[in-house]
Write a new protein. Structure first.
Length: 216
């Protein structure tokens, strides 16, 4: 589950993309336009479908999730878990066992980083547009990102962009072990009114919950 959450936070990087994109200036311009648009939003809600496929292990699975973001605060619901962060405390609630783990949030040390959600594509990639097409009234572009750090456990990311509406549609992460992670955004709503209480966890609302406090 830890790796799943990391992938989701990286692949649903709704605001920032490869600013250092190499020789493809068209890709650089497109990504910069999308980045500026998302950065102007104060809050964001994104509903998505996460799919994982391993041909070697003959394994395939799909799950739905929702991500809420407000500044440096976020709430992620996926696969029976709810991850909440108010930029100081991190709550991980597992519905199946009715348990919440509480830990201090350090954006430089935690696996889940708000700047991963928004700056994953900010540097360290070579990007190029590999496909452009029309779907109805929409102009679609597929951008391929190759990490310059060859030690990454993935070797390629493909993001699909709706150029007409300037939105991210899909992100596909290709692992070196052959596993493919696909994130399809089914709905995204900017500038929702989100109360700060959305980004805290109230254990009193969960009868008989087990609370594991890992804070120092």
């Amino acid at each position: 589950m830890k790796n799943l959450i990391i992938y989701i936070c990286c692949a649903l990087s709704l605001q920032a993309f490869a600013q250092k994109s190499g020789p493809d200036k068209n890709a650089d311009k497109l990504l910069s336009t999308i980045s500026k648009r998302y950065k102007a939003f104060k809050t964001m809600k994104a509903d998505f479908v996460y799919a994982i496929e391993s041909k070697a292990e003959k394994f395939q699975e799909k799950q739905k999730g929702t991500l809420l973001v407000k500044g440096n605060k976020f709430k992620l619901d996926i696969a029976g878990q709810t991850i909440i962060c108010d930029n100081a405390t991190l709550w991980t609630y597992t519905k199946e066992v009715n348990e919440v783990q509480i830990s201090n949030y350090n954006p430089k040390e935690n696996a889940i980083r708000i700047d991963d959600i928004f700056t994953m594509y900010n540097k360290g990639f070579i990007s190029r547009i590999v496909e452009e097409k029309k779907e109805g009234n929409r102009e679609i572009a597929v951008v391929e990102l190759t990490p310059t750090n060859k030690k990454k456990n993935y070797f390629k990311i493909k993001i699909t962009i709706d150029k007409t509406n300037q939105t991210l549609i899909k992100s596909i992460v290709y692992d070196k072990n052959g596993t493919i992670h696909t994130y399809t955004i089914t709905n995204q709503v900017p500038n929702l009114k989100l109360d700060d209480k959305t980004f805290t966890f109230n254990a009193s609302k969960y009868p008989n919950i087990e609370v594991i406090d890992l804070r120092n």
